[in-house]
Ligand binder design. Structure first.
Ligand code: PGA
Length: 255
């Protein structure tokens, strides 16, 4: 049985006051939710303060990126131990914006993944095809190759501690959501890849999120698909009502 997980990726949005007031209202309104795991991933500069605000709540704190090195002369970078220090539990890795804008490759994501797992943090590894790749019929091949490259060298135990997120690039921030059937098809294929690489048992236990224009009004149908275990939410995680609506939808899903 996989627990549903809803994570908000704030990207480079909200100021300090807005961030604090959003997590305070979410902590209040989501206090009673125990059947769904919840996290927010704010900009790094606010993690320390928000970590304190979220302490002893049911909302986990996540970062949007990390450096794979432990410490040293890496100007502008942040290590896993620094993230742990300020109360982070999760780290998003290989988001398509990092891949496309900052040139992150599968092997860079893989290096970060090993560092994150070694630090005892939970990685959320993102994969997904572009519109061009989908239209060329390459979705399965692209997603499989990103999974294999990003997850290289993981033990079965490490795989179980890793969350995956299928985020079709064409659905991110565009208002275009993959249909539940389109998303389910890819999620199912990711699970069969995990089955081949690890085992049936592991494939059945790994949490695979969907991301790409998830909103309060489309969450229920996506989350009702058998292989979709939650959502990585961008735009709709920036407002209390919409993020809460997605979590409410998740609590009503029975699998
Ligand atoms: P979106 O972003 O919900 O705004 O499409 C999702 C993501 O990039 O994780």
């Amino acid at each position: 049985m996989r627990r549903l997980f809803i994570a908000g990726n704030w990207k480079m949005n909200l100021n300090r006051g807005q961030s604090l007031s959003l997590v305070q209202s979410l902590a209040e309104s989501l206090r009673g939710v125990s059947e769904v795991d919840i996290a927010v991933c704010p900009p790094a500069v606010y993690l320390g303060e928000l970590g304190k605000a979220l302490h002893a709540t049911n909302i986990g704190l996540g970062a949007q990126n990390v450096n794979s090195k432990a410490e040293g002369a890496y100007t502008g970078e942040i290590s896993c131990s620094m993230l742990k220090d300020v109360g982070c539990r999760y780290v998003i890795l290989g988001h398509s914006e990092r891949r496309a804008i900052y040139g992150e490759t599968d092997s860079m994501v893989n290096e970060k993944l090993h560092a994150v797992l070694a630090a005892g943090l939970t990685p959320i590894v993102c994969v997904g095809e572009t519109l061009e790749q989908r239209e060329a019929g390459q979705t399965q091949q692209v997603v499989r190759s990103q999974c294999l490259g990003s997850l290289a060298g993981l033990t079965e135990d490490q795989m179980l501690k890793t969350v995956l997120a299928y985020e079709p690039v064409w659905a991110i921030g565009t208002g275009k959501t993959a249909s539940p059937a389109q998303a389910e098809e890819v999620h199912k294929d990711i699970r069969s890849l995990l089955e081949a690489q690890f085992s049936v048992g592991t494939a059945q236990k790994v949490i695979v999120l969907y991301g790409g224009s998830v909103k309060a009004d489309n969450a229920l149908e996506l989350l009702s698909e058998p292989n979709i275990d939650g959502a990585l939410v961008g735009g709709a995680s920036l407002k209390q009502d919409s993020f809460e609506g997605i979590i409410k939808a998740a609590t009503s899903v029975r699998k």
